[in-house]
Design a protein around this ligand. Structure first.
Ligand code: ZN
Length: 282
């Protein structure tokens, strides 16, 4: 007889985990306030009472940043080949198919180009509801392509992370993406093209360990979980209780890991001003 058994609960990758929804109303999971959904649209999906920044999908993020919400999508024809023929609770191929149907995307990122306060930019927005925003070969390649295009065309790059890290189902191939993107970013840095990294809830694992922390400017939304290993794993490893608010944006800012914590409502203006500053000739 086994000493313990593992319940086979399927991995929950639904993006809207933070907002409990029933029809016209949503409930804030932080202050328990009931919010009319229309008000939530108005407030950019931020709780009007406690300022909790809810998770939002990649398309909504892009619509908040680009002028008139207009942008062109690029590199959206890449698909994962399931190189390891991987199966955990269910086959990876099935997970991919399901996520594609649910999100209408081929993988966990959207590459977009358009204008931000009149300034042409390239933006990569990660989609958390696509297998936890995890980075496999496709996400890695798409971000690397965006970096290369930005470098070649001297266009500022903004990457909005919402990711659990490298994609387990593609093993070492996922890990190779970290090096590929980091190398491309180093070339971009040499070419003096600005790169702003925006971290949202959550940004963890291989994403933090590569491009998310390599921005010329590293900023985050309030209250976002940002780290490499999760707090539970660290606690179990070092056998110590972690301080209050550990791995949240504000804690990271206080300890010098971030340049700023920026509210969603201020994000577009903040980025526009930063880009202006970064591109002012000396
Ligand atoms: Zn609230």
């Amino acid at each position: 007889m086994a000493w313990f058994k593992r319940e086979s609960v399927p991995l929950d990758t639904s993006g809207e985990k933070r907002v409990k929804t029933e029809g016209l109303w949503a409930k804030c999971d932080q202050c328990r306030q009931i919010i009319w959904k229309k008000d939530l649209d108005q407030s950019l999906n931020v709780c009007p009472k406690c300022d909790r920044h809810f998770r939002i999908d990649a398309r909504t993020r892009l619509s908040y940043l680009f002028d008139d919400g207009k942008y062109e999508v690029e590199d959206n024809n890449l698909v994962s080949t399931d190189p390891l023929n991987f199966t955990d609770l269910k086959p990876y191929a099935e997970r991919l198919k399901r996520s594609r149907e649910d999100t209408g995307l081929n993988d966990a990122v959207i590459n977009a180009r358009g204008k931000l306060s009149g300034q042409p930019v390239i933006v990569c927005a990660m989609e958390y509801s696509f297998i936890g925003g995890s980075m496999g070969a496709v996400v890695g390649e798409m971000i690397a392509r965006a970096v290369e295009k930005a470098t070649a065309e001297k266009l500022p790059l903004i990457v909005i992370s919402a990711s659990g890290g490298a994609r387990m189902m593609e093993g070492a191939i996922s890990l190779m993406q970290l090096a590929k993107i980091s190398a491309a970013l180093a070339r971009m840095d040499e070419a003096k093209v600005p790169y702003i990294s925006v971290m949202t809830d959550p940004t963890t694992g291989g994403t933090t360990a590569s491009f998310a922390m390599l921005g010329d400017l590293n900023i985050a939304e309030p209250g976002a979980l940002i780290g490499f290993a999760g707090p539970r794993v660290i606690e179990q490893t070092i056998r110590q209780k972690l301080p209050e608010g550990f791995q949240r944006s504000e804690f990271l800012l206080e300890h010098g890991m971030l340049d700023a914590v920026v509210r969603r409502a201020d994000m577009k203006n903040y980025i526009a001003r930063a880009l202006e500053f970064m591109q002012t000739p000396a």
